[in-house]
Design a protein around this ligand. Sequence first.
Ligand code: ARG
Length: 561
Amino acid sequence: MNKELNEIIKNLFNIETNAKILISNRPDLCDYQYNGTFELAKNLHQNPYEIGEKIVEKLNTNEEALKKFSKIECVRPGFINFTLTDTYINEQLNKMTSVNKFNITLPKQETIVIDYGGANVAKPLHVGHLRPAIVGESIKRLLKYMNQNVIADVHLGDYGLQIGQVIYGLKQENITPSEITLEILSDLYPKISGLCKENESIKEICASITKDLQDGHVEYQAYFKEILEISKKDIKKMYDYLGVSFDLWLGESNAYPYILDVKNSLEKEKILKTSEGAKVVVVRKENDKIEVPPLIFQKSNGAYLYGTTDLATLFQREKDYHPNKVLYVADSRQSMHFTQVFRVAKKIEETKNIDCEFLGLGTINGKDNKPFKTRAGNTPKLEELFSETKTIFLNNENHNTEYDNSDLEKIVGSIIKFADLQNNREKEYIFDIEKFSKTTGKTGPYILYTYVRTKKIIQNNETFVDNLSKTIYNVHDRGLRLKILELDEILNYAFKTRMPSVIANYLYEICVLVNAFYENNHINNLEDHEKKRDWVTLLSLTLDIIKDLLEILVMEIPSKM
Ligand code: ARG
């Protein structure tokens, strides 16, 4: 309807607008609302109510509008209220039931590489690793749902200083590659990285081990292979637990064979400059509001850095997949790094047509609003966090359900994932397990509980599901139906903005309305068969939608709640 509204405004007032009819916040009065009259009134120096009246007059002779709405009126001080016809609402819902993926509009298909997870090999996994995994996985699932050709790459941090540090430590303690274990690695990394902070010369040794490793040093390569193998297994275990999966298990080290190609291309474009012995690419722009430093391609000691591997990885992705887009899901604090990389990529023939997007993430904070710590004061390891969450959930309320372990894991997963995904990914959020584990409020358990309860109601009322009749029976019924009609817009908006939070919040709204629906509409004892069939049909459609949205949000459904 926005289009028609724009045309009417153009014809009446000769103004180009981007009119938007919004969901009404007074569902007792109308279904949708247009508030743009106030803005128009300012520009035209006229009274908003009179403007509204003029628009309504036109709308009420518009064929599209007449088909959809039973009432369009202007109310003081100038809002335009729209009420859909029951027939129109039910026709749309019937289409949603009968067409694949609820009849949503699917965007043009593209090939998209999505780079997320990004755990660093040989470092212990902690809470900070949750967000890039969960948000990335959810965006990947959303892209797939929206019919995109998606390739997910974990892009492990596997060739940085931490590897040199661990190799140094292993050699100090006379541990051979075949003797390395996960425990040894998790003890070693914090120890040596601490040492490097205190002792500059040890840090230099570690840096030179890293450099030699990158140059193919045979002994270091043997260490590296073992470290990678062991650490990858551990990382995989965590991602499996979270339901996070990748098509490619590549890392920074896999990009090395492409560095020479990048170098040649940079030289061809004559953009590789020498600065204090290092090779850099200047990426600053005239109108930059903040200083954008040059990307360092190669340090004066010959070592390559994070920017180099990201460019080389882009070459590799282009060669293997010709992607239209590459999305990077990582901590917002890496935004400058990606600005530099993307700007260099735009200057190179091979990569200039790839659309690169950085999808930044805010931090996960504790109740003190500082990065999350355990009660003991350290950054919690993920396994501890999972078991703590389980305990809190079980202690939280008087559960009258006995959960088996697999259901409990699904619930713990949903607590952690829904806690994260309901927040705008760019913003930090406070991790409050107590709050997130409750079965009421905006929590994973509440959503799962709603799903399981709805399913039970449908099962208890086995009537065959059919097209909806033309009737809508009351305000709770209407509210749920209207909410479901928003699905198309919600999915497309979340897709465009790469924001799983849009879906999480919508899912929560649906759940609130479903709960209100069955608290007020008792289906079980209904005598009226048509009504019963309509409501079971409506709940079935709702349940199917919840199921798909849960899938996009990486949440698994337990057998009972
Ligand atoms: N390993 C990096 C880190 O822990 C994240 C990787 C993000 N992806 C990328 N292509 N740079 O910060």
